[in-house]
Design a protein around this ligand. Structure first.
Ligand code: ATP
Length: 208
């Protein structure tokens, strides 16, 4: 079986994430895409605004009607920084030896790959699937290959979908009382309002 793994902060999960997961699943004929919200994202300068349980719940709500999407709390349950390499190593033990893992990431994350923890070990265990991110190009592939030898043969680059949606813009719009309809599923919009997430008064409350 081919299994997609989609890591991220998901603060909140949005239509960009869901469209990417669907597109990659269809294009690569994946049996499942597993969403893995980060516990402590080590490359982001800001810690997540929403609590881990809230980020998990938003992903849970967003994927509820799709049997081929799954959710794992493994990074949230694990202590310390959320290294993708640890997640993939753990998943390799859970799945069958014949299963192939495909880690999905945006071009913005791909450009940072050499800063990741043990990237060479990571690509020995899974393939990477990079999807476009508005404002980013994949022009420095040779530079990345020079830093992480063997990367190019483990990397699949897709040219679609291209959606200019980001969690930071969503958080900012909520703080400014602007609509986030069409940027997140309806259930997520409702949850954000109910929980008072990202509103101007709550922006200083940051918790892991
Ligand atoms: P923020 O704006 O807070 O940085 P984000 O929208 O990038 O958040 P993350 O949860 O950090 O969301 O992203 C998880 C993964 O999804 C990353 O690999 C990121 O590149 C990718 N991603 C997020 N949004 C998109 C999008 N609109 N198109 C393609 N990839 C995306």
């Amino acid at each position: 079986m081919k299994i997609g793994v989609f890591g991220g902060t998901f603060d909140p999960v949005h239509i960009g994430h869901l469209t990417v997961a669907d597109e990659v699943r269809e294009r690569l004929d994946l049996a499942e895409v597993l969403f893995v919200p980060a516990g402590q994202p080590y490359l982001k300068t800001d810690i997540p605004v929403a609590k881990a349980e809230q980020r998990l719940q938003m992903v849970r709500l967003a994927i509820a009607d799709k049997s081929y999407f799954g959710l794992s709390a493994m990074e949230i349950e694990r202590d310390g920084p959320s290294y993708t390499v640890d997640t993939i190593a753990e998943l390799k033990k859970r799945f069958d030896d014949r299963d192939e893992l495909y880690f999905i990431l945006g071009w913005d994350s791909l450009t940072e790959l050499s800063k990741w923890h043990k990237p060479r070990w990571l690509i020995s265990m899974c393939r990477l699937v990079a999807v476009p991110r508005v404002g980013y190009a994949v022009s420095n592939l040779n530079f990345l290959e020079a830093k992480i030898s063997g990367l190019l043969e483990r990397l699949i680059i897709l040219d679609k979908p291209e959606l200019d949606i980001s969690a930071s813009v969503i958080r900012d719009r909520v703080a400014r009382d602007l609509s986030i309809k069409h940027l997140v599923p309806e259930a997520i919009e409702k949850y954000i309002i109910e929980q008072g997430l990202y509103s101007a008064g709550n922006r200083c409350i940051k918790s892991p």
